[in-house]
Ligand binder design. Structure first.
Ligand code: PMP
Length: 425
């Protein structure tokens, strides 16, 4: 491994490196690869772990004897809510178990806030002159497209290793009542892997906001998705907000999409009893009850909160080696070159790769031409605009390990080639 930083190379050595990478890239293209690192999906091996679900439930009745095949029980099956309340460190009465998608629950909340107002709003958000959200970046692309689709403007703040920049958030929300809420993925954030510290969470829970009905969309999609034995515990945002006098500020979301089945899991919302009542009130206008058969089979399958934790250890055994492989290849190929930085997440589904500013789009385009699909550059930013064109999100869970290796070797070549082109320009 030649580990000289590109910036320290002589003009001749840089020219040689550029030629070397061009040749490597041509070889890469000749391989006719077809690999995909775009979306954070579980692999089929992971999905197989939950296949007993296909033979469940064995009962048609819940613990209190109610027939789960019938209408009713809008808030979801009690025993499943109890199980996930323990896992999310909240009370069962604060939890709603819904359909298969927490993103849909987030969408419903936002749509109802726009149409009717939040539980503590004076009027519908859509009647305000402007509605804006604070978005830590890089962040989850679907959060941003959802806001965009509703005409909610986005204001960015940096995402640090301990969560969103709390000073920046506090400064934005203090005087501007058009800022009605913020996103946060508190545990193993998409895509940076950051874990929101207790301190940052406490500040967000307590900060004064000009909007009286400010909301924190606490998307804990990866709460239980540890990649190491050092299992992060999410900050207890509901208690923090309640203690600070803002019980209705946070709404927590989670799901079993990456625990059981991504397409047939169970999603959860957890919040103050006021928020839960508000949510169920609106939900009840369009639903007579959730899929309690799915709730029951999940409750039977896991058996207990510990059953869920044990199941997650099986996921970890499958995906941790893929993350290790991403790190190995990047370290071996790019270490010391001064062309990229990346994180080694301790949980979640992504590796965040920052390449030479101005080259992320080029890297993604080069990779595409060589048959490797990467998430489009800029995807982790509102309006798909990465101001520095530097960020690339890698999702290594879905392909088999050997393909992760191939794909990452290819990515490394593209990163080096784009960096050498830029340095030579
Ligand atoms: N939130 C985050 C941060 C995610 O990364 C994802 C999946 N990519 C989701 C929500 C989607 O969750 P669900 O499947 O429950 O809709």
């Amino acid at each position: 491994m030649n580990a000289t930083a590109l910036a320290d190379l002589s003009a001749d050595d840089l020219a040689a490196l550029l030629e070397e990478q061009r040749a490597a890239y041509e070889q890469l293209k000749a391989q006719g690869l077809k690999l995909d690192l775009t979306r954070g999906k579980p692999s089929s091996e992971q999905l197989d772990l939950a296949d007993d679900l296909l033979r469940l439930p064995t009962s048609t009745k819940d613990a209190s004897g109610v027939d789960v095949r019938n209408y009713g029980g809008l808030e979801g099956l009690r025993e499943l809510r109890e199980m996930f309340a323990e896992l999310l460190w909240v009370e069962p009465d604060q939890v709603v178990a819904g359909g298969n998608s927490s993103l849909s629950m987030m969408r419903d909340c936002l749509v109802w806030m726009m149409l009717f107002g939040a539980v503590d709003s004076e009027r519908p958000w859509s009647t305000e002159e402007k509605v804006r959200f604070v978005c830590p970046v890089p962040g989850y692309d679907r959060h941003f497209t959802l806001l965009e689709s509703l005409g909610i403007e986005m204001v960015t703040v940096p995402m640090h290793d301990d969560g969103p920049d709390a000073d920046a958030v506090a400064a934005l929300v203090a005087d501007d009542p058009s800022i009605r809420g913020m996103w946060i993925v508190p545990t193993y954030a998409n895509p940076t892997g950051a874990i929101c510290s207790q301190d940052v969470a406490a500040r967000l829970a307590a900060m004064p906001t000009a909007a009286p009905d400010f909301k924190i969309f606490w998307d804990n999609a990866y709460a239980l998705h540890h990649l190491t034995e050092d299992e992060a515990k999410s900050a207890d945002i509901l208690t923090l907000a309640s203690a600070a006098g803002h019980p209705d500020r946070p709404i927590m979301f989670a799901s079993t999409s990456k625990i059981s089945y991504a397409g047939a899991g169970v999603a959860f919302l957890a919040a103050s009893t006021g928020n839960v009542g508000w949510y169920l009130g609106h939900l009840g206008n369009g639903s007579i009850g959730p899929d309690k058969v799915n709730h029951l089979r999940h409750a039977e399958f896991f058996g207990s909160p510990q059953g869920v934790r044990d199941h997650m250890a099986k996921h970890r055994a499958i995906i941790a080696p893929k993350f290790a492989e991403v790190d190995r290849v990047l370290t071996e190929r790019l270490g010391g070159r001064g062309v990229a930085t990346w994180n080694s997440p301790t949980g979640g589904y992504f590796v965040n790769l920052d390449v030479v500013p101005g080259t992320a789009s080029r890297v993604v385009a080069l990779a595409k031409e060589a048959g490797i699909a990467l998430t489009p550059a800029g995807s982790s930013f509102p309006y798909k605009r990465d101001p520095d064109d530097t960020n690339i999100r890698l999702a290594p869970t879905m392909p088999p390990l050997a393909e992760v290796t191939q794909a990452m070797e290819a990515v490394a070549t593209c990163v080096l080639l784009a960096a050498a082109e830029k340095a030579s320009a």
